[in-house]
Design a protein around this ligand. Sequence first.
Ligand code: RFL
Ligand code: PHB
Length: 388
Amino acid sequence: MRTQVAIIGGGPSGLLLSQLLHKAGIETVVLERQTRDYVLGRIRAGVLETGFVNLMREAGVAERMDAEGFVHDGTLIAYDNEQFRIDFAKHTNNHVVVYGQTEVTRDLYNARDAMGGTVIHGVSDVELNDLTGKPYVTFTHDGQSKRLDCDFIAGCDGFHGPSRQAIPLDVRREYEKVYPFGWLGILSETPPVDDELIYANSERGFALCSMRNANLSRYYVQCSLSDSPDDWTDQAFWDELKRRIPEDAADKLITGPSIEKSIAPLRSFVTEPMRYGALFLCGDAAHIVPPTGAKGLNTAASDIHYLYTGLVQHYLHNDSNGLDTYSQKALSRIWKAERFSWWMTNLLHRFPDQSAFDIKMQRADLEFLRDNDAAQTVLAENYVGLPY
Ligand code: RFL
Ligand code: PHB
């Protein structure tokens, strides 16, 4: 088999890249380890920056998102029993769109089917070969060994995939911070407690009220890394959430059975460089943020934007500049999203080793943010997404 761009991983990064390139007349083959149902069963991000929304439009897959996504012009920040609002519209003239990653992925799969794109599910033993010469990917499918020759490889295979590991250790540099807690999340078929998201700092730990649609809510509480979802009954979850959000929100919270419950660890991680020879890393394969700023999926999208424009320049205009500057441009934006997610995580969580002084600093940071327009602008600009 031969293609122009071999894409490893059929999550949102790989599918979006494949769809954009196909529309520009560039051939791709996507290799995905899991079944489609498995990929669609993963409940992850829910907040899209305008840059992501625009890429979905450019890819011709925005119809349902434009009809069903919710535009959010602001967000609520709560601490103790107080609450204030960051007005994105006022500070940035911009907004975010609430539309689940599951739906984004479903729309992308449907578009790939409609265009006859090649997505091969159930591959194993993926190996990346001859990255600085004539690149090719080998893998097993249906019990047979296969070889895919290509010009370029896009490593869109998430944090645990093989692409990042294919960059030699003497070239690769990794930066990591692991946080001493996780997020326990539940999905429930209940109306959201508010029209906007509530990020809450409480003395019992962080909580977040989010949503997917008018009758589907997503809630999180900071939990211990040693907890398992089975330790938490639905009732225990709702009781704990209510203790961490302002009283009026707790009073109007509508609870119900959870339809999904999981724990995600929190990590900041960046690998440099994001290009090695013919290999380009995108999304979680290259970097991870803690979910506090809703940046995971959105940083994946900015990588895809830079790689897609670089590949179009290369194939359609015989210009390699976009590919040559990919790593530098992508990383420059990634580090700012890393900083924002790290800052928001520090602002809103309780840390096991936090001193009384540290808690006062956090409180001062929150009060400054509540009272200061410039500080609110900084948060709003980062939250709606820095320009590409
Ligand atoms: P993905 O979504 O992990 O997709 C990678 C794909 O590669 C496949 N793969 C392989 N394919 C072939 N061969 C192999 N050897 C392979 N190894 C892996 C995988 O099966 C998968 O289909 O990465 P991508 O596309 O870069 O997208 C990134 C986003 O998924 C991610 O940034 C966000 O979901 C992060 N994230 C969240 N982000 C937010 O903005 N808000 C959230 O609330 C939020 N919650 C989360 C999250 C990530 C989580 N992870 C990674 C466990 C919750 C969780 C639990
Ligand atoms: C979500 O809805 O899953 C969500 C929203 C905002 C975040 C993280 C997760 O910061």
